[in-house]
Design a protein around this ligand. Sequence first.
Ligand code: NAP
Length: 284
Amino acid sequence: MSAQLLDGKLISEQIITEVRAKVDARVAAGRRAPALAVVLVGDDPASAVYVRNKKTACERAGFRSLSFEYPASLTEAELLALVRKLNDDPEVDGILVQLPLPKHINADRVIETINPHKDVDGFHPYNFGRLALKMPLLRPCTPHGVMVMLEKTGVDLVGKDAVVIGASNIVGRPAALELLMARATVTVCHSKTRDLAGKVAAADIVVAGVGIPNFVKGDWIKPGAIVIDVGINRLENGKLCGDVEFEVAKQRASWITPVPGGVGPMTIALLMQNTLDANIHLYP
Ligand code: NAP
């Protein structure tokens, strides 16, 4: 058996097209286009690529994108002042501070300073708490993208056994909350988990967000399982690969996401969706 591919590029384009149609309708009705402020501190090359992709997506969605780029020497006080200014700016709907931040800046403090209604990454404790309480508002984009992909399989998630590998605040933890909200039975694995292979082998759904290339062995996958690979790892030859041993896993899974072209573009599409939602919430 060979798995069906979950084409994140295609699904993300559909989402952005839908967002664009809503934006065009709002603009035609006399409203301003949604605006996303993207803040980049330092010169991390991967972050620069992500920021560039987010700006391009803004254009496609019909948004105004505002760019704030600073050297790594920016102080925490200066960054907090910028965030507060953007919070108060009625022309800005979404604020995205690209992570990771330089070590001298406390990222938690920065995230907590963002107005939760402009927190389009969904990382603010207010939005995270709402997700945990089953009343999400602005949902973290990557796990939300995972859920949209799972929906596209048409498989009923209720009662399914899901294993999430990774428990970070931006991937594993919110992905587990999303799956729980969808009524799956969720096991969250991390670096101290015992018998990971056994847990994966029992799972109907596997979501991997570890950050280690080919970490999840293809032969761990239960025949017929759905495999969502969140990992984006750059190999020495410059190629991107996921956390799952794709070629072997795809022989066993029913559905699988490729890397690149899987969860990555979904994250950006859900960021566009969040920015439109923030705009509508602020200016109904
Ligand atoms: P992270 O903060 O480093 O978290 C990694 C998680 O994996 C941690 O919970 C860690 O456990 C766990 N882990 C590490 N080694 C493990 C092991 N041997 N067995 C089981 N679990 C282990 O990374 P992240 O930010 O969540 O990112 C994970 C991956 O997703 C990366 O490849 C990243 O590039 C990718 N990513 C993709 C997108 C996207 O848009 N597709 C978005 C964000 C991230 P502990 O908690 O015990 O340390």
